[in-house]
Design a protein around this ligand. Structure first.
Ligand code: SF4
Ligand code: SF4
Length: 372
């Protein structure tokens, strides 16, 4: 059965990490990337009100240079960033229209639904508001991007069947990762009959440089294909996908993406087996076996961000990128109102609650050494 966006090319241009020059977005290089992308037959562009300078750059590089019907433009509303009233949240839409000059949006998303952020969209009834904009013709399709559990996604989709699509973080490394649950979230969206836009197929660049044992599997299978290409192709091979967003930062990355996505028909059985082997290699790397169930959080007297600390630590073990892991720790712990591992008083209450029998105190000490 046909689904929304089925005819859209399976590579989308994510505009969150546009090339920079002297600390600002390099519009000239962006123009070159836009030209290559459109020439190759791809048409989907993904920006957001919250991506500094991105909407303005895409106006210059795309909207002012091509007929409006040549492309689809998506942007997003982040009501949870600094909005105290509905009017302030709605104003983001007017700003986006002005900054992009697009006249209307093909896809409009409520940005980053999940956890404490959903409340803002509920309180301001942004769900009804996007439907009004759709009736006015200023939005063609409404949906939301999502970062939370499959259970929470199920609840949102039960409450809002009017949403036409869902944007999810999906990649082969997080497919079964308990902290992300890519597969389970994808299956919930499909159960509700929603097509999916995939974000972070390369995990913010991490899968362009995966653990050595994983890279070896992929390189042995196809010496001429980039390691990153496997990640994008894996995501694009799933059923019911509108497009896979790749946040490209240079002409070179654009050319690499286009080289394997132009005319791509999906991974064959042999290639799927290569991905399965890569996933097996990932599983062999010893990680803290935290499932982010957060039972420990319920009993911790110091409100320590235990699961967030462990997720960051696991990222460090896997990808060896300290700056990235530190950034994740800041967001998952401090950014979620939790205290850092160095505030732990070693009372041990968390260890009694942990179904995985993790030596939490010992591991928090390692977090302090490595990331704080
Ligand atoms: S040992 Fe540390 S992390 Fe565990 S409950 Fe006590 S204060 Fe919280
Ligand atoms: S209780 Fe254990 S598994 Fe659950 S979040 Fe805490 S450390 Fe992780």
């Amino acid at each position: 059965m046909a689904y929304l966006g089925e005819s859209i090319g399976k590579l989308g241009f994510g505009l969150m990490r546009l090339p920079q020059k002297d600390g600002v977005i390099d519009v000239e290089q962006t123009k070159e990337m836009v030209d290559l992308f459109l020439e190759a037959g791809f048409t989907y562009f993904d920006t957001a009100w919250a991506y500094a300078g991105s909407e303005d750059a895409i106006r210059q590089a795309l909207v002012e240079r091509y007929p409006r019907e040549r492309f689809q433009l998506a942007t997003k509303n982040a009501a949870w960033i600094g909005c105290k009233t509905r009017e302030e949240a709605v104003a983001q839409f007017d700003t986006s229209l002005k900054q992009t000059g697009a006249g209307y949006f093909d896809f409009y998303l409520l940005h980053n639904i999940g956890e404490g952020r959903t409340k803002y969209f509920d309180d301001f009834d942004m769900w009804s508001w996007v439907q009004e904009k759709k009736k006015e013709g200023l939005i063609k399709h409404i949906g939301f991007s999502f970062h939370s559990t499959p259970e929470a996604l199920d609840e949102v989709l039960n409450q809002h069947p009017e949403m036409e699509f869902v944007q999810l973080q999906i990649n082969y490394a997080d497919w079964e990762n308990p902290a992300v649950q890519s597969r389970a979230c994808y299956e919930v969206a499909r159960k509700h009959g929603k097509p999916v836009i995939i974000m972070e197929p390369i995990k913010g660049g991490m899968l362009a440089n995966p653990p050595e044992s994983v890279a070896e599997v992929l390189k042995n299978a196809e010496p001429d294909s980039s390691v990153a290409s496997w990640a994008v192709r894996f995501a694009a091979s799933l059923d019911g996908v509108i497009t896979v967003l790749s946040g490209m930062s240079s002409v070179e990355q654009m050319k690499d993406n286009l080289s394997y996505m132009k005319g791509f028909q999906g991974l064959n059985g042999e290639q799927q087996a290569v991905i399965a082997k890569a996933q097996e290699e990932l599983k062999k790397i010893p990680l803290i076996p935290c499932t982010t169930c957060n039972y420990c959080a319920k009993v911790c007297p110091k409100n320590i961000g235990i699961s967030g600390s462990f997720t960051a630590m696991n990222l460090l073990t896997l990808y060896k990128d300290k700056a990235f892991a530190k950034h994740q720790e800041e967001w998952l712990v401090g950014g979620h109102g939790k205290n850092h591992a160095d505030q732990c008083v070693k009372c041990g209450k968390c260890e009694e609650a942990c179904p995985q029998h993790i030596k939490i105190r010992e591991n928090l000490e390692k977090v302090c050494e490595a990331l704080l």
